[in-house]
Design a protein around this ligand. Structure first.
Ligand SMILES: NC(=O)C1=CN([C@@H]2O[C@H](COP(=O)(O)OP(=O)(O)OC[C@H]3O[C@@H](n4cnc5c(N)ncnc54)[C@H](O)[C@@H]3O)[C@@H](O)[C@H]2O)[C@@H](O)CC1
Ligand SMILES: [K+]
Length: 493
């Protein structure tokens, strides 16, 4: 599990660590780790430029600059605050770093000159003390970073919201981020993760003993959590999944969610739907059983058209309502999100994308919300839907969030395992079938949602590495991905 801790908890841990160490030791450890990473990114005759703000983040950058200069690299520093870290500045100057100032709204000629020659640029403007948004002087300097330069952010990309909530702030987009002690929410959450690039966590001897704010499942977690049948199992004990999906007009969703469940190794699938999708499922997924019956969990909603006023359409909506009213765990997807009124007694996972989440919250709160608002502050809105419904909410996106049900103090999960090619029609139906299989096997909605997101992402890669994928190929990729995860030797990253 990759754990990210809230900024206040990190600060408290830093204070505790500092009180037991000589003054400045923690910053020296941070600077040493940062310098190590930069040193392997730059050629012996390359140029490093650190961009320095007024806080300790700038201090890290200045001490790292000093260490790099002492190792013989050509290092310059551009200060974008009038008050850079005094001791860090002295160390940098003593080591021969060329330091220039650029604190106005346009970059100074000296700053522009240094940046034009930069091969690696280090962003040491704002760290966990930063408010979202980039100061104008820093923006002016970062606008001059050459396209080919490698950009390393210190602790986090400056301007990004350290708590990872707000996506709207102007920020640096880094190729790589070197953080200290532990990851922070900014590194894992969808509002800010895209600015982080490759993440390295440098050990500075920090011990955070609070509950993480955000967690990410690794491949080892997936291997540990995946429900593997034993010799005593049969199809019923492994979990029977009921699927209420598709209709006369949306037949693909039925096929995709049922295929996905079968490929994920469900004990048995019961498909419930009108005659056309039933005939297609019968023909193409011979493993599936037609019609309702006893199940351990339901997937309700892929391709469900709640507006379909035909007899078959009304019957399908009634079947969906019946599953929602049952005492069984449920994945509530797409069209069924419009049918959910309040809390369910059984474990429930809602799987909206941003537009569906906006629509569901608008309906439940009477406030008009847009997709853009949800995408702007995804955690806030997913949490609100979880609180309103008492259900776990999986918000789909390039980074997928899973926010546990209202009263739970469990950390949020955040998975970023999928290629962008996975943004394709039918992909969500596959995810629903996968998550439903895991719920039917007895996993909690939080575990089922996050594990499904991880395996779905890996299956997207496996379906056609580096290129376009169709949803059916993603479903067909699941068995190989699961086998690959299960045969991993313990301890591999
Ligand atoms: N506290 C510690 O023990 C350690 C801290 N470290 C570094 O220290 C950083 C935190 O340092 P600080 O608390 O000094 O905070 P920052 O270096 O993040 O800078 C905050 C300063 O910038 C100003 N500021 C904040 N947001 C701004 C904005 N949007 N526009 C303009 N000015 C803004 C604030 O008034 C504050 O003075 C960490 O991110 C990390 O890089 C590391 O050296 C490891 C040890
Ligand atoms: K930074």
């Amino acid at each position: 599990m990759i754990d990210a801790y809230a900024v206040d908890d990190v600060r408290a841990a830093e204070e505790a660590a500092m009180s037991a160490l000589p003054e400045g030791e923690l910053m020296q450890r941070a600077a040493a780790g940062l310098a190590e990473v930069v040193a392997v990114r730059v050629a012996r005759d390359g140029h490093v430029v650190v961009v320095v703000g007024g806080g300790n983040n700038g201090g890290d950058a200045l001490y790292a600059a000093a260490r790099l200069a002492e190792r013989g690299f050509a290092v310059g520093a551009v200060t974008v605050s009038g008050h850079p870290h005094a001791r860090g500045l002295a160390a940098a100057l003593a080591a021969g770093v060329e330091v220039v100032e650029s604190t106005g709204e346009s970059a100074t000629p000296e700053g522009a000159r240094l940046l034009a020659a930069a091969d690696v640029v280090v962003d040491g403007v704002l760290g966990i003390g930063g408010r979202p948004g980039l100061p104008p002087a820093a923006r002016a300097v970062f606008d001059l970073v050459p396209d080919e330069a490698w950009l390393v952010a210190v602790d986090l990309p400056s301007g990004a919201d350290p708590s990872g909530q707000d996506s709207s702030a102007d920020r640096v987009f880094a190729d790589e981020t070197v953080t200290f002690g532990v990851a922070k929410p900014v590194h894992l959450l969808p509002a800010t993760e895209s600015a982080v690039g490759r993440l390295t966590v440098v050990d500075i001897g920090l011990e955070v003993d609070t509950v993480p704010a955000v967690q990410r499942l690794t491949h080892d977690d997936a291997a540990r959590m995946w429900p593997v049948p034993g010799p005593g199992d049969d199809k019923y004990s492994r979990g029977v999944l009921g699927v209420v999906a598709g209709g006369e007009h949306y037949t693909g969703a039925a096929l995709l969610s049922v295929t996905s469940a079968v490929c994920a190794g469900v004990g048995m699938v019961r498909y419930v739907g009108p005659s056309t999708p039933t005939a297609l499922v019968r023909a193409q997924v011979p493993e599936a059983v037609m019609g309702p019956g006893r199940v351990q969990a339901w997937v309700v909603g892929p391709g469900l058209d709640a507006e379909d006023d035909s007899e078959a359409g009304r019957a399908q909506v009634a079947a969906a309502r019946e599953a929602l009213a049952s005492g069984e765990p449920c994945v509530v997807d797409a069209g069924a999100l419009d049918l959910l009124d309040g809390p369910r007694a059984a474990p429930t996972l809602l799987t909206p994308h941003a537009g569906e989440l906006a629509r569901a919250l608008s309906r439940l709160t009477g406030r008009e919300l847009t997709r853009a608002q949800v995408a702007g502050t995804p955690v806030t809105h997913a949490r609100e839907l979880a609180d309103r419904t008492g259900c776990t909410v999986l918000l789909k996106g390039s980074t997928t969030l899973v926010v546990p049900a209202g009263s739970s103090r469990l950390p949020i999960r955040s998975q970023a395992d999928a290629p962008a090619w996975l943004a394709t029609a039918g992909s969500g139906d596959v995810l629903a079938g996968l998550a439903g299989t895991l719920l039917a096997a007895g996993l909690s909605p939080l575990d089922a949602g996050s594990l499904a997101a991880l395996v779905h992402g890996l299956a997207g890669h496996a379906a056609n590495p580096g290129g376009p994928v169709r949803a059916l190929a993603v479903a067909h990729g699941i068995p190989g991905v699961v086998a690959g995860l299960l045969e991993r030797p313990p301890g591999r990253a």
